[in-house]
Ligand binder design. Structure first.
Ligand SMILES: [Zn+2]
Length: 424
């Protein structure tokens, strides 16, 4: 079996791994480099051409989760290659295409949803010629993310995808297969020694914050697709009797997930006894959803009553509002309302939003940061490696692959270059 990491040996994001036997070839992820938008047009075209080459004659592409740095080059593949993803990944890729799509979403029709066994705990393996692929659910900032076990020619490879141990489902790493011949492990956080805060602790921080500034409106800048984070904020709002305002996009996302995972809260399907959600309609988003979204969800969104916007100004301490910088126009209507803007997203994104950050400063609003990484810290990576106990360890999705040698002094490690084939 030959493993070739096309991109990701010395880079966070843009991952693509090829596994090949004489009979078959599969790809694991086909991601867009994180700095894609800032690259020249020539470089962007080159990246697209490469993706097309890698996908050439591929029998199947397996996507670990719905972050663009893992699937963003799918529109550039051949139309007839089979794509496999979990239900959550497939649902969210569809939502992303509806909201931000470039209009070339043909690949969405080639996605096969990976099915689970009857007890819903394990995935059924997929057979691609002489390669057998089994997904394993892992914890990450993307809902329903998975790792893949690849078995062929008597060998076993485990690809972690993006993984962490400090999320609500962090314990899932215990279910990963053991004693594999090779583990391809992500190392996003290896540039720092810092330990990551748990998602449970994030919930506590939000409760504390809601109580500290009890009379203030709380805006929360958070990814509308970070389901586990939204659940933590929802729980904190419930306990502190705050109403959680979500806009059309977030309501749509939550319902899309709630449909296959009923424990995820959604304003369209509120839990009995929980009066938490308030709905804020974004007309432009609703129009886009009407054109391309799921008609059943759209109809229900149109019928949903909206938040009393005057009451937000009258009783700011009653509300927490999930926002994105693109919603600044609406926030400006409450410029004189005592407010806190919580950043619950990677701090690095702040520099991309100068107008938004200036507004917070000008208004004199406090801006606490309540966030934890979607990726494992060094200690967690050690736990994962101890559990999996691989014969060979290969770093991926990291800017510092050489750090693996310090972290795992007793392990056999190989740090290849991009496109360098490794025979197993
Ligand atoms: Zn990710």
């Amino acid at each position: 079996m030959t493993i070739t990491i096309h991109r990701g040996t010395h880079e966070i994001g843009g991952s693509c791994v090829e596994i090949r036997t004489p009979q078959a070839k599969i790809l694991l992820d086909l991601g867009l480099p994180l700095d894609f938008d800032s690259r020249s047009q020539e470089q962007q075209e080159q990246i697209r051409r490469e993706a097309l080459e890698w996908a050439q004659e591929a029998d199947a592409i397996f996507i670990s989760h719905y972050h663009a740095d893992h699937h963003g080059l799918l529109p550039d593949t051949h139309r007839d290659v089979a794509i496999y993803a979990t239900a959550g990944t497939a649902a969210m890729m569809h939502v992303t295409e509806v909201i931000h799509g470039r209009g070339d979403a043909d690949y969405l029709h080639h996605i096969n949803v990976l099915s689970k066994e009857a007890d819903d705990r394990k995935f059924e393996p997929i057979i691609v010629d002489d390669i057998r692929i089994t997904p394993y659910t892992v914890d990450h900032a993307a809902y329903d993310a998975c790792a893949f076990l690849i078995e062929a020619e008597g060998r076993r490879i485990l690809y972690s995808g993006d993984i962490r141990r400090h999320g609500v489902k962090g314990f899932l790493y215990h279910n990963l297969p053991r004693k594999v011949d090779c583990l391809l492990l992500e190392g996003t956080n290896l540039a720092t020694e810092k330990e990551c805060m748990s998602e449970a602790e994030i919930c506590e921080r939000f409760k504390e914050q809601f109580r500290t500034d009890a009379d203030k409106l709380h805006y929360i800048w958070c990814s509308g697709q970070n389901i586990d984070r939204i659940v933590q904020i929802y729980k904190a709002a419930l306990v502190c009797s705050r109403k959680l305002i979500v806009d059309t996009y977030v309501a749509y996302v939550l319902e899309a997930v709630h449909r296959f995972k009923s424990s995820i809260p959604s304003p369209l399907s509120p839990f009995e006894g929980h009066d938490v959600f308030r709905y804020f309609c974004l007309p432009a988003q609703l129009k886009r959803l009407e054109e391309a979204g799921d008609p059943e969800i759209v109809e229900r969104l149109k019928a949903l009553s909206t938040v009393d916007t005057k009451d937000i100004g009258r009783n700011p301490g009653k509300y927490a509002w999930l926002i994105r910088p693109s919603m600044l126009y609406y926030m400006q209507k409450y410029s004189h309302t005592p407010s806190v803007v919580v950043t619950s997203i990677w701090e690095g994104y702040e520099k991309d939003e100068p107008e938004f950050m200036d507004w917070i400063r000008e208004r004199g609003f406090t801006n606490p940061h309540i966030h934890t990484s979607g990726h494992a810290d060094a200690k967690s990576l050690q736990s994962i490696v101890r559990h999996v106990d691989p014969g060979l360890l290969i770093p991926i999705h990291t800017a510092v692959p050489e750090r693996f040698a310090t972290l795992f002094p007793d392990r056999t490690i190989r740090c290849p270059q991009d496109n360098e084939p490794i025979e197993l």
